[in-house]
Design a binder for this molecule. Structure first.
Ligand SMILES: NC(=O)C1=CN([C@@H]2O[C@H](COP(=O)(O)OP(=O)(O)OC[C@H]3O[C@@H](n4cnc5c(N)ncnc54)[C@H](O)[C@@H]3O)[C@@H](O)[C@H]2O)C=CC1
Ligand SMILES: CC(=O)C(=O)O
Ligand SMILES: [Mg+2]
Length: 372
């Protein structure tokens, strides 16, 4: 198969869809790989490193799209990239369609087959292609939040870990999955007082055991959210209903319960965010104020630590990329029900139920789409 990876073009996005190690694997399996010139430069991977393991460098994204059958990327395709997608293309990348009607329409209109990293599942009910970036974003959310708490950034001037004689910050994490666990781990490690909310009792049980008394777990209700955010210095939004738009757990009115200068880091922003007042921001301008509350809503947080993130992501995507290339997308998806969960768009039809429901498309089950 001919596989292409363009340079990422989202704001301050330096991750790259394939590493030289990945290219080497694909070439060893008999595939041809085409990389856009400079795609890895942001993290110090020169074009020659790709050439040495068998890739061909093409000068522009347009040539990569025109040459490749499968496109492996990191971020959801931007409008200029959607315009280059054709019905013969398989697109393998993050999509986050539920909060993004424009991208969804562009993918439907393109006629391509689009497989989303974030909805691929595993046998334990996890999301193996989202997890590595959730680990990164969860850990980063505390360093981003601590920075935003500084006065010059609009924050309340509280030091995350406190100092002897002065209490540490109160950190509230809403959603105790991969992002939430990793955020809590860093916050606890830095000496903050941490409360974590989830609506899964099994997950709260696991968190309680894992942290062995070093944080407070709380069952997530409207009441618990209100009480917690009212005394927080930093709130991390980390909920997910896979593939669906994030539930709005903190309303505009509830911001009034919080002291001015409190910081929210809405990691769930890529699925629309769990604060009603969240809107996506960029690494260039990561924060804004609403009612004196600092909002950090960067939709591609791991892009900020693109070096670590690229390798973490490609470790996870590689086996699936190889299956898609070796077997062709249809057989790969028919053989593997977990990879099949990633199928969001198939030749003009929406094949992921939560996306179809929220955006008003007819849903076509993947099994049926793949029969044709
Ligand atoms: N902004 C960014 O750059 C990045 C964003 N993300 C996003 O972060 C979000 C969280 O991802 P993960 O932690 O991997 O998901 P996950 O599935 O591991 O965890 C989500 C947790 O939310 C809980 N939850 C669902 N509804 C809830 C409610 N009403 N109250 C409390 N908890 C609730 C679930 O029980 C689950 O434990 C996702 O939207 C993901 O796409 C992930 C990586 C990077
Ligand atoms: C998961 C995601 O949105 C990211 O890594 O940018
Ligand atoms: Mg994102």
């Amino acid at each position: 198969m001919r596989i292409g990876t363009p340079r990422e073009i989202k704001n301050h996005e330096y991750r790259v869809g394939l590493t030289p190690a990945g290219v080497r694997e694909l070439c060893a399996h008999g595939h041809e790989v085409f990389i856009e010139a400079g795609a890895g430069l942001g993290i110090g991977i020169a074009d020659e490193a790709y050439v040495r393991v068998g890739a061909t460098i093409l000068p522009t994204a347009a040539e990569v799209f025109a040459t490749a059958e499968m496109i492996i990327k990191v971020k959801e395709p931007q409008p200029a990239e959607c315009a280059m997608l054709r019905p013969h293309h398989v697109l393998f990348t993050y999509l986050h369609l539920a909060p993004d009607p424009a991208q969804t329409k562009a993918l439907v209109d393109s006629g391509c087959v689009a497989i989303a990293y974030e909805t691929v599942t595993d046998a334990r009910g996890g999301l193996p292609l989202l997890a590595p970036m959730s680990e990164v974003a969860g850990r980063m959310s505390i360093q981003a939040g601590a920075h935003a708490m500084e006065k010059a950034q609009g924050g309340n001037g509280v030091l995350l870990g406190g100092v002897p004689g002065v209490p540490a910050a109160e950190v509230v994490v809403i959603g105790g999955g991969v992002v939430g666990y990793n955020a809590a781990r860093i916050a606890v490690g830095m000496g903050a007082r941490v409360t974590i909310l989830d609506r899964s009792l099994a997950r709260l049980n696991w968190l309680d055991t894992t942290f062995d008394g070093r944080l407070t777990t709380l069952y997530s209700t409207v009441d618990a959210v209100e009480t917690s955010i009212a005394r927080a210095d930093l709130v991390i939004g980390a909920v997910l209903v896979p593939g669906a738009a994030a539930p709005k757990l903190v309303t505009r009115e509830m911001l009034g319960l919080m002291a001015k200068g409190t910081v929210i880091v809405d990691v769930a922003i890529d699925q629309g965010g769990c604060f009603a007042t969240s809107k996506p921001t960029t690494h260039q301008e990561p924060t804004y104020l609403v009612d004196g509350i600092v909002h950090y809503c960067v939709a591609n947080m791991p892009g900020g630590v693109a070096h670590s993130s690229t390798f973490a992501l490609s470790n996870a995507t590689m086996p699936f990329a190889l299956a898609l290339a070796d077997k062709g997308y249809r057989k790969a998806l028919l053989d593997d029900p977990h990879l099949r969960e990633g199928l969001n768009v198939h030749h003009g039809r929406i094949t992921y139920k939560a996306v179809a429901d929220v955006l008003g498309y007819d849903y076509l089950p993947p099994q049926e789409a793949l029969k044709a």
